[in-house]
Write a protein that binds this ligand. Structure first.
Ligand code: SOE
Length: 388
């Protein structure tokens, strides 16, 4: 392997919130559990607040802390830029990094608008560097395995799909007006934040794009206390109130390229559902079902077995032969939410070393944004409601 192929990848991460924490542990862990073709250096973490980003550097193991992302992206001792800021800043940072010849990992959503997403996808296509989007759930072993089974024809032609991402962290009307509830920063509410995961997952698992949609979005709590302190993804509010400018719930149907109908739900008001991403793909020969709240399990139904023996089989996806498990523990020793982020780093580093294009690409991210924008357009058109 040439000297370049062995050179250490020096990483700069822009942002330091929840995804900053998840990505930091992945940059630190992945090179230790997988035999990666390139070493990784966690060079610099960037954030606007100097004290906060210095604390994040110390906590998560970054060599330096900085406050000017433009200066860091231009440095010739940085090879990879990992963007974990809110969606409204993804386009400016990613395009600048790609134009500076840096490889880019960008958290979802790719961007808050189709226009921004298309500009990012064009910049990625036109760049000699590698760009990857952070729809991390594709790298949960059970979901990678599900896609392989469907691609192998295990359930036959896909006939119907159900996908839902349900959380309940906003049911409390006093939960503050965080950036995720403001359109100018988050782009959308449940639809963009968690609905995007559901759309990407359906397209990933079936290898079919959503071609048409019809749906409705709704905001249940329209005014909330302005956030005074960031705590996790909710935080604390004061006495001043402000308008929620994004959706709380999105319910929509989609038609897949192959003709199957898909039912989607994205909500932060599913009281009691903490982080329940479910997907069920129904085929002519069988079915596959997954629930993130039991993320090591994959349920597979096979219609080709004798009638008397049919039923969903519960597969614990922790066998040595299962995707990514070579890096972890013996069979039955479960993985968690954070492991898929290490799988994402593994695949990115291997793609950079091999000069291949990792998925999801920015083009795939732009496709998801088109689906989400179409749902909002359909909802605004108030189309096809029949009053009873
Ligand atoms: C909040 O809804 C959130 O953190 C999302 O932003 C993430 O994409 C999802 O993985 C977990 O929930």
């Amino acid at each position: 392997m040439g000297e370049q192929a062995r050179a250490t990848l020096r990483v700069a991460m822009i942002g330091y919130g929840f995804m900053g924490a998840a990505h930091s542990q992945a940059w630190r862990t992945a090179p230790r559990v997988f035999d990666l073709p390139r070493a990784v250096e966690m060079s610099v973490i960037v954030g606007r607040n100097e004290d906060a980003v210095q604390a994040a550097a110390s906590k998560w193991g970054w060599r330096e802390a900085a406050t000017d992302w433009r200066e860091v992206v231009a440095r010739d001792d940085i090879d990879v830029v990992d963007i974990v800021t809110p969606g409204h800043s993804h386009d400016e940072i990613a395009i600048a990094a790609l134009e500076a010849g840096k490889h880019v990992l960008c958290e979802k959503p790719l961007a808050n608008t189709v226009e921004d997403a298309d500009r990012m996808a064009a910049a990625a296509r036109g760049s000699g560097a590698i760009a990857m989007l952070g729809f991390t759930y594709r790298r949960v072993p059970a979901l990678t395995r599900a896609r392989d089974l469907i691609a192998q024809g295990r359930i036959g032609a896909v006939q119907q799909v159900r996908a839902a991402y349900r959380q309940d962290w906003l049911v409390d009307p006093e939960a503050p007006l965080s950036w995720r509830l403001q359109k100018d920063q988050a782009g959308a509410g449940a639809l963009g934040d968690i609905g995007g995961h559901a759309v990407d997952l359906v397209q990933f698992l079936t290898d079919q794009q959503v071609t048409t949609v019809s749906g409705v979005v709704d905001t249940i709590v329209k005014r909330r206390p302005v956030e005074t302190e960031r705590i996790g993804i909710a935080g604390r509010g004061g006495d001043e109130y402000g308008d929620v400018t994004v959706d709380d719930v999105a319910i929509f149907t989609g038609r897949l390229e192959g003709g199957a109908l898909a039912a989607f739900e994205a909500t932060r008001f599913a009281t009691g559902r903490k982080n329940e991403l479910t997907v069920e793909i129904s085929g002519e020969k069988g079915a596959i079902a997954f629930n993130l709240e039991n993320m090591n399990e994959l349920h597979v139904y096979d219609r080709t077995t004798p009638d008397t023996d049919q039923g969903f089989t519960r597969i614990i996806v922790t066998e040595p032969g299962h995707p990514y498990l070579e890096g972890w523990w013996p069979t039955g020793h479960m993985l968690g939410y954070e492991h898929a982020f290490s799988h994402q780093v593994k695949d990115l580093v291997e793609a950079i070393a091999a000069g291949t294009v990792p998925t999801p690409t920015f083009d795939e991210g732009a496709q998801v944004q088109r689906v989400l924008a179409a749902v909002e357009e359909s909802s605004a058109a108030d189309a096809r409601w029949i009053t009873i």
